[in-house]
Every structure is written in structure tokens, then in C-alpha cells.
Design a protein around this ligand. Sequence first.
Ligand SMILES: [Fe+2]
Ligand SMILES: [Fe+2]
Length: 493
Amino acid sequence: MKINNKKLIFLASFEDASILRKFTILFLITSIIPMVLLYYFYTQTASNKHLGIPTINFTYAMILMVLGVFIGFISIRSLLVKVIDISKQNSKALENLLSPETVKELNQGENEIVVLSRSFSAVTQRLEENVRSLQLAQKTLHAVMSKVGHGISNMENIDTFLELILETLTSALNGKVATIMLLNDKKTELIINNVYGANYDRKKKIHLKLTDIPAISKILSEKDPVTVSSVFLQNSQNPALSELFGETMLCAPLVFGDSASGIMSICKETGPSSDFSEEDLGLVFNLASQTAVAIDNSKLNRDIEKTYFETISALALAVDAKDQYSRGHLDRVADHALMIGRRLGLDDDDLDTLRDAARLHDLGKIGIPDEILKKDSGLSDEEWVIMRRHPEIGESIIKPVRSLQHLCDCIRHHHEKLDGSGYPDRLKGDEISPLVRILSVADVYDALTTERPYRPRKSKADAITILRSMKNHLDQDIVNIFLEGLEEKENLT
Ligand SMILES: [Fe+2]
Ligand SMILES: [Fe+2]
């Protein structure tokens, strides 16, 4: 029993021994066998003088055999040492490439050669995974860049572009909802500006106080993308937020220059594949940085366009002020047009268009010579030809500014008439848009009730009669709404 135990202990320790020790033991055992056989053969034949081998020859044979075995042992051993060194270096490299735990797992109870082959297999597997992941990331990036490029060339405004970015991001990462939140001017709140994947009324923007969302505030100050739990929902009273954010959300700061102007976030459906990878974090961070640049450029453009609008408004007022008879015409037309628009129930965008178009509708008079503009007597046919160019001149000043292009229709067509006798395009009936019809009524009424060098101002009653008689020129439904408004206003005062 004791012997068996000893045998087992010996076998176990032999099994655990390094490959170098195993080789030494096995080599010695296998080398001794031919020597023992040679000695046996020598002793068996030594007594026979015919078959006997001379002692000197046997000694030489033994020396040669020992020498051969020794050289063989040294050569194979040095080869093995090299293989073991490679294996050790490989282990160190693997610890960097894989994890130390994985390498430890590979080493368990195995010799260096087995570890080496397993290591190569693990490395190959990891490389294959990396290649697959890179190919996927490349495809995703390609899709994102192509959509973003297409969006930039076709975008109508920054919000269309931002929504396109969110749509692309959501499809690239298999997300559910993506949002862009922008810091307010005081940098105390995040305002949810754009949402893709959930219902969100942009007109009723949700404001989130930074003090209520410390995890998000931290991203803004540290400017690093992270995956956070949407715990801030628990602090919020707004039920709409739970639709916009999942359990976990990947947030990346919109960094431009030294500061962050907001957050881009994406959430996945709740479930086993709701986690985000390092590649996802990198993709969202890069996209957020590009988006921050686009937002900043858009703000810059908005400022420039605002300055341009203010400049040309000042020019239009200057032209208005030049004519002592029509001074204040632009503001009065704007007031009349807005009154009609409100009574018709137009939305805020249309009312803004009406107001701005009214203030700029005669801007083109800047291109009309003063002698025509200030002429005391009636204009000649040639002078009327020149005067009738002012709608087109006005349009040509406005047209290059993208944000003012929506005013072009009103400015170009405010002298068109329903029967097609107006200018410059002789539009008829429905070809004249509702906003232009409103502006025309307001413009004609103010012209009638203003003194001209060639005629006195009309009384209100006469002006109303004339407006009602212009059935072929003005939309009578709008005339009626305007007159109702005028009456109401008069009763109030
Ligand atoms: Fe005009
Ligand atoms: Fe006018």
C-alpha cells in the first residue's frame, strides 16, 4: 500500500514537473536502455573467442554511445529552453492582450508547449473578434458619415440636421431613443432640444435643472462620454421623461473649444443587449463633437443673419423716412397685417413672416431714384416702369439670406392682383398666397389713408368703399376680416 502511494506521489509529481525536467528524466531512461543492451551483449559473448568482442572495442563503442547521447541531450535541451523562453515571453504579451486571469486559466496544469499552442489559439480568436468588430464599426461609421454628409447638403435648418444625426445614431447603435439637450444661456438648465424615437413637442421644451441631475452635470464638467443610469427620472415630476430615456443611457458631451454646450444621449430597449460597448462610446463621442461644431456654426450664422436682417430693416426704414408722405407706412402695414393674421388664427411662424415681410415689403424702393420717389406730381409711364421694379429689387436683396427666403413671396408679390393685372409676375387668383393677399389689403388701405403729393388722403369711409370695390384686385374675405378688426379696434378706443 505504502509502495503504491509512493508510486502515485512520484507519478503525480512527474506529471506536475516542468517539460525540461520531464525531458531530462525520459532522455536518461531511454539512453540507458541501449547501453544496458550493449553491455549484456558483450558479457554474453565475452567467453566465446569466435564471437567475443575485444574489450577495447566495447570500451570505444560505449564511449561513442555516451558521447552521442550527451551531444543529443545538450542539443535537444537547448532547443527546448528556447521554446520555453518563447512561451514565457508569449505569456507576458498575452497578459497585456488578454487578461492575466485568462492567461492563468490557460496555464493550469499544462506544460509550456500546450500553453503556447493554446495561447496562439486564444490570440487568433481575439484577433478575429477584433477584425469583425472593426468591420462592423467601419460599416456603421460609413453609414453615419454618408447620412450626415447627405444631411449637410440638404438641411433646411439646424434642427433638421440634428434630427437626422439622431436618426442615424439610433439606427447605427440599434437604439430606441436619442436626444440632444442644450445648456441654457445661464448654464443652469439643460433644455431637451431634439428627440428621435419618441413623441416630443418641441414647442413645449422640457427643462432639466442641473442641480437635479448630478450625473449629467458631471459629464458636462468632465467632458467624457459615459453610460449612466437614468436615476434622475426619479427626481423629476415630468412623466414625459420616462418615455425619452431608458434604464441606461449613453451620454456624450457636445464639446466645442473649451466648453460643453450640451449632451447627446442614446438609450436602448431594456433587455440583455441594452449595454453599450467601448466602440459605441467612441462613436457617440466623435459624433457629439461634430454636432457641437455644427450647433456653434449655426449660432454664428443666426447672429450674422440677425445682424443682416436688422441692417436691411434699418435701410427699409430709412427709405420709408425719406418719403415725408408715407412715413410710418411700414409699421402701419405691419400692424394691419398682424391684426388680420390674428383674426384668421394664423400660427406664430406665419405671424412672424407677415410682420417681417410688412416691414420689408417696400425695401426695393432703395433702388428707385429719389426724383421718382419724391416726385410731387403723378408719375409718367416711364417712371412707373421704374417704380414697379421695387418688388423685384426688394426680393433680390433678401434672397441670398437663407433665413429670410420665406419673406421673398410677400416682398415680390405684394402688388399682384387677383385678376392678373398686377406686377411683376401677373399672378392670378389662387396663385397669390394667403399671406400676400393679407399684405396687399393692409398695404392698399394704408396707401389710401395716407396723403400723396398728387392727391389728398382718403377718409376712412372712402377707403373702405374703395377696398370693397376692388373685387378684382383684393380678396374680399380678407377685406371683410380687416374691416371687422378695424371696427372692433375703433369701438375699444
Ligand atoms: Fe410696394
Ligand atoms: Fe407699400
